[in-house]
Write a protein that binds this ligand. Structure first.
Ligand code: NAD
Ligand code: AKB
Length: 310
């Protein structure tokens, strides 16, 4: 049985990952942690600032965990408005969490992103191994983070594993300041106002994934036979390659009056244009059996159903 410490557990991924892990491994075996906590959140939880290495170490030791899932980070758009803070949190926090994993011999997961790629990367069917010259602070952090995780594996034998997530779509916790946030907002606004004004331009494709597929991917990767994992940090995974107008088409099948307008934000548009249209996930499929169950229509039906009920 695993015992897992999750950092950044109040965020878009963490809030759902903790629930899913508790369903899988039992409530007492999953310790959430973040800078803050919603009152209603139940189960073991610690306030931990990941820039404080001692705090991560002591929390992991106190709860005798065997795994860290390190999620605390600043996302792409926020990182672009505070690049120094992003470096300190994204790199400093990762280094601290890896050090704890090394010292206590823990399994380690942290997500990379499509943001690790840049404008010179092949845009379509982006290969697992290819040019990685990102032009954002977030991307620089993600590439450096992937290399650091590989280093901790090859130098110290820490069992580090990761995926390059696309933009994630979910209905429980709003996204925390990324370039792909529009892909969540569009569903909330479709239900609330039957219209959405997109800050990403028509025809701009990026990879997206529904949260259940993203969570299943973590569990599958962490449980995979280590002998089969050649790439480790980090695997391309892909589900739905979409532009804003594709979401509008899918939403109109449920809300025919839905209107999509555009008011493009130059900063986030430039970031989006520097990222791939869709990743090739064949290496993840071959090495640990990655698969995505949700296409755009199935995800749209589920998202709208869940948001209408709330
Ligand atoms: P989020 O912004 O929703 O949540 C991040 C959490 O980290 C927040 O709850 C925040 O309070 C916490 N945090 C911030 N500073 C902290 C600190 N100093 N100490 C402890 N906690 C701190 O982010 P998310 O979307 O859940 O992303 C989690 C990870 O997944 C990040 O590494 C992100 O780059 C990666 N990722 C996310 C997506 C996505 O679409 N959500 C896609 C690709 C990769
Ligand atoms: C962001 O837009 O920053 C994230 C990501 C794809 O990494 N959603």
């Amino acid at each position: 049985m695993k015992k897992i410490l999750v950092t950044g557990a109040m965020g878009q991924i963490g809030s759902e990952l903790v629930r899913k892990l508790r369903e899988t491994y039992g409530t007492s075996n999953v310790i959430g942690s973040d800078l803050w906590k919603k009152e209603e959140v139940e189960g073991p939880f610690e306030i931990v600032d990941v820039t404080d290495g001692k705090a991560i170490y002591e929390t992991a030791k106190k709860h005798q965990v065997d795994t860290i899932m390190h999620l605390a980070a600043l996302l792409s758009a926020k990182a672009e408005s505070a690049p120094q803070l992003a470096w300190n949190l994204n790199m400093g926090g990762l280094m601290n969490a890896l050090e704890t994993a090394r010292e206590l011999d823990l399994q380690f997961f942290t997500p990379s992103s499509i943001g690790a790629f840049g404008p010179t990367t092949p845009k379509k069917k982006t290969p697992q191994e290819t040019i990685m010259r990102p032009t954002t602070m977030y991307g620089v952090n993600k590439v450096a983070g992937e290399l650091l995780c590989d280093y901790y594996y090859s130098r110290y034998g820490v069992d580090t594993r990761g995926v390059r997530y696309p933009g994630l779509i979910s209905y429980l916790t709003p996204p925390g300041g990324g370039t792909t946030d529009y892909a969540v907002e569009i569903f909330y606004e479709a239900v609330r106002a039957k219209q959405y004004t997109s800050y990403i331009a028509e025809g701009t494709y990026m990879d997206m994934m529904y949260m259940p597929d993203a969570l299943n991917a973590i569990i599958k990767l962490m449980e995979a036979d280590p002998g089969r994992l050649v790439h480790r940090n980090a695997y391309n995974i892909s589900a739905i390659s979409v532009a804003p107008e594709d979401f509008a088409r899918a939403i109109r099948k449920h809300i025919p009056a839905f209107e999509l307008n555009y008011d493009v934000d130059p900063v986030r548009q430039q970031i989006a244009e520097s990222w791939p249209d869709n990743l090739d996930s064949s290496v993840a499929e071959a090495e640990w059996g990655f698969e995505a169950a949700y296409d755009i229509d199935r995800m749209t039906a589920d998202m709208l159903g869940k948001l209408r009920v709330e």
